[in-house]
Design a protein around this ligand. Structure first.
Ligand code: APR
Length: 312
């Protein structure tokens, strides 16, 4: 059985384990700094396995040693932004957490593939790659599947068509400047641009860009976790089953789309070696300018990180 370790057993980490256990995809380890919490969640989840008839080990720990020999490491550990905390404070705090999670897990699983979720996502994936000296194919940020799924959900609500018929692609950085594509996104092959009136489409794009905030405003004490964890589970499944699945993810750019030395949301093909290739879409002028704007915003956060934290 493959082994997947999830660092950060909070809402997203634990729910990721839930999706993975239900699909009997891998033995699971939950690691968190909170004493007893990952152990308690893991035991509770394992006690559900006889009911659903799935044979997977689920272990909780406060120590990284438990992650030994993992095929995939998922990093969801992080702090939410608290009142009075600046963006830079959050960046420094999460950089410390993600940096440690990376170096500690690498000691026990030097060949693992990393899936990073902690925000600011594109920058945290960049940090993990640099501190761990991880090859580009083995480090992937989760954002695009989630943002695209939100767009698909909103299109389904608007049209009443099955979510299975709705294919949407949201590229770019995981922030307000994300780039929902309307030419490549389609309903059963019909471009969204042709299917929906312009004003309805625009409303969906706006709601997609603010999708994370909409959930935060409703929950009040946390952020989204069902859809983010489902997105991680899809990535993990694609890797473990060597599916060669093309999905939008944050990947290290080495000239693709004219971008270099940064993580950015693009369509990637996922298989047993992680990122097998980056797919380059032809963008029209509007999409390209939105893409450039989003890239500039991600670059800015990476530069801020470099000013706050020493990277090799
Ligand atoms: N090592 C391991 N776990 C840690 C560490 C650390 N150094 N620091 C914090 N954690 C744990 C927390 O104890 C908490 O259980 O990370 C977990 C984060 O879980 P939640 O607060 O429930 O947050 P969640 O909704 O799961 O989101 C996780 O994803 O959306 C991003 O950056 C955002 O921090 C958020 C992360």
């Amino acid at each position: 059985m493959p082994k997947v370790s999830i660092i950060g057993a909070g809402m997203t980490g634990a729910t990721t384990a839930h999706w993975l256990a239900e699909r009997e995809l891998a033995d699971l380890v939950l690691v968190d700094v909170l004493e007893g919490m990952p152990q308690g969640k893991a035991l509770d989840m394992f006690e559900a396995m006889p009911i659903i008839g799935k044979d997977v080990d689920i272990v909780g720990s406060n120590s990284y040693e438990a992650t030994k020999g993992s095929d995939i490491i998922v990093i969801t550990a992080g702090l939410p932004r608290k009142p009075g905390m600046s963006r830079d404070d959050l960046l420094t705090a999460n950089a410390g957490i993600v940096g440690k999670a990376t170096t500690e897990t690498l000691k026990y699983s030097p060949d693992a593939i990393y899936v990073v979720l902690t925000n600011p996502l594109d920058t945290m994936a960049y940090l993990a790659m640099k501190v761990g000296n991880i090859p580009a194919n083995r480090i992937i940020g989760q954002a695009g599947i989630l943002d695209s799924a939100r767009m698909r959900a909103f299109v389904a609500m608007e049209t009443g068509v099955s979510v299975e018929n709705i294919n949407c692609y949201v590229l770019g950085g995981h922030g307000d400047e994300m780039v929902p594509l309307t030419q490549h996104s389609n309903i059963a092959g019909i471009p969204l641009r042709d299917y929906l009136p312009a004003d309805r489409l625009e409303a969906i794009l706006n709601r997609t860009r603010k999708g994370g905030g909409e959930i935060v405003n409703l929950l009040k004490t946390g952020s989204a976790f069902y859809a983010p964890s489902a997105a991680i589970a899809q990535m993990v499944e694609a890797i473990l089953k060597d599916k060669h699945l093309i999905v939008p993810c944050a990947a290290y750019m080495q000239g693709e789309y004219g971008l270099k030395d940064m993580f950015f949301g693009v369509p990637v093909q996922l298989g047993r070696n992680g990122i097998e290739r980056i797919v380059e879409y032809k963008l029209d002028a509007d999409e390209q300018s939105a893409f450039d704007k989003s890239a500039a915003s991600v670059k800015e956060t990476i530069e801020a990180l470099k000013n706050l934290v020493k990277l090799s």
